[in-house]
Structures are given as C-alpha cells and as structure tokens.
Design a protein around this ligand. Structure first.
Ligand code: 13P
Length: 246
C-alpha cells in the first residue's frame, strides 16, 4: 500500500494569523490514513512548527549549499534544524520564473536527501509539449536528469508530483484519463530504472487545479496517490474535502 498524501503548496499567500489558523484547523480535523503536508512561506515555518500540530510542515524552497555568502538564501541544514520534514523541488514556477535547470534540481535533491529531508519532486509539461504529444518523454527526461542518479534506497525519500503546467492555477484540470496515463508512464520509467518493487512503493501525486469537485475522480485512478494542491489548499474546508476524497 502506497502512502496517501495530500499536500498544500501555499506559494506566496496568507498573513501570519491566517497561516496559524489554517494549520490549527487542518490539525483539528486530521484525516486518518492520509499524510497531510503544508508548504508555507519561509517566514511562517518556525511559528507553524511550534504549534506541534498533526500536519507536516515543509518548505517551498532552499539553496543547495551548506552555508556561506548566499545573501537572501536559506540552507537545507537550517530547515532541518528548525524541524522541517519535507521540501518541494522542481516546481514549474521555480523552473520558469527562477530558471532552475534539471542539473540544479539534481543538486537540490542531493542536498535534501543528505540532510534527511523528504523531497516532493515536481515535474510536468507546458501546453505546447502536450499539443505535440511528446509529454511523456518530456517528463521522463525531467526525472532522468534530476532523480535517476539516486540509489533505490534514496528513492524511498522521494514523492513525485505530476503537475501539467497548463493546469496550474488555470482552473483547467487534467482529465482522470490524462492524469492516469502520465502517472502510469512515470511509474513505468521508475520500473525500468529501479525495478517494480521500488517503483510500486513511490507515491505519485497529481497537481493542477485539483479541488473538492474533481479530487475523487483523480484519486480513484490506480497510479494517483494523492494531490499537490495550490489555490484550494488555502481554505481549510477545501483542503479537508480533498484529503477525504480517496
Ligand atoms: P493550483 O492547485 O492552484 O492549480 O496549483 C497547483 C500547484 O502549483 C501546486 O504546487
């Protein structure tokens, strides 16, 4: 049985009070059997970790050097030190707005795993790649270049999130057929590289306009193990509804 995970990527949203209240409400209504993680902005991490809630607190970003003259950056060691358990790596907004390459993401993956932090690794194609029908090989290359140097032991600390860029924040969700086809293709790439036992153990989340209305259909797919939620994760009732949509 693969781990069921519903994670909220808050991006650059919410005030401190809203952040505290959201974590407290999610924690109070904890959904059993589902790992719930939130990824708040950096400035709220310490406060939210001190709530000792039922929710895992992850970081949206970090810089993959241990310490030094990197003005404005935060290291994975610093995140580990305050109690962060998960990090996002490879989100399309970091890839496109901040020019993070597959090679740089590989460095981030290594830094996080070396620090004992679990990685939610995001992948996904832009619209033109989907229209060209080369999306499966596009995503497979993202995985190969940033993850496939890992050992099968290291792979256990990776969760994959498939987020088609055309579905992020657009209200346009991948259909359950599209999501399942891509998730199955991701699992096939993992199987080819690591064998079926390792590949079958990895949770693959769907992200991109996932909401309480479409979550159940998506989560019912064989290879969809949960969701990475943006907009709908900012509202406690919607995040809860998605977390119970299996
Ligand atoms: P939306 O759910 O707002 O489309 O965002 C998805 C996302 O980018 C999560 O990382």
């Amino acid at each position: 049985m693969r781990e069921k995970i519903v994670a909220g990527n808050w991006k650059m949203n919410l005030s401190e009070n809203e952040a505290i209240s959201l974590v407290q409400t999610i924690s109070l209504n904890k959904v059993e059997g589902v790992t719930q993680i939130v990824f708040p902005p950096f400035i709220y991490l310490t406060t939210l970790l001190k709530l000792n809630s039922q929710v895992f607190i992850g970081a949206q970003n970090f810089y993959p050097k241990d310490k030094g003259a990197f003005t404005g950056e935060v290291s994975i060691t610093q995140l580990k030190n305050i109690g962060v358990t998960h990090v996002l790596v490879g989100h399309s907004e970091r890839r496109t707005l901040f020019s993070e390459s597959n090679e740089f993401l590989k460095e981030k993956v290594d830094a996080a795993l070396n620090a004992g932090i679990k990685v939610v690794f995001c992948c996904g194609e832009p619209l033109e790649i989907r229209q060209e029908n080369t999306h499966e090989s596009f995503v497979s290359k993202q995985l190969e270049e940033s993850l496939f140097h890992l050992t099968s032991e290291q792979l256990k600390d990776i969760v994959i999130a498939y987020e088609p860029i055309w579905a992020i924040g657009t209200g346009l969700t991948a259909s359950s057929e599209q999501a399942e086809a891509m998730h199955a293709s991701i699992r096939k790439s993992l199987t080819n590289k690591y064998g079926a036992v390792s590949a079958d153990a990895i949770s693959i989340l769907y992200g991109g306009s996932c909401n309480p209305t479409n979550a159940h259909e998506l989560f019912s797919c064989n290879n969809v193990d949960g969701g990475l939620i943006g907009g709908a994760s900012l509202k406690a009732d919607e995040f809860h509804a998605i977390s119970t949509a299996y």
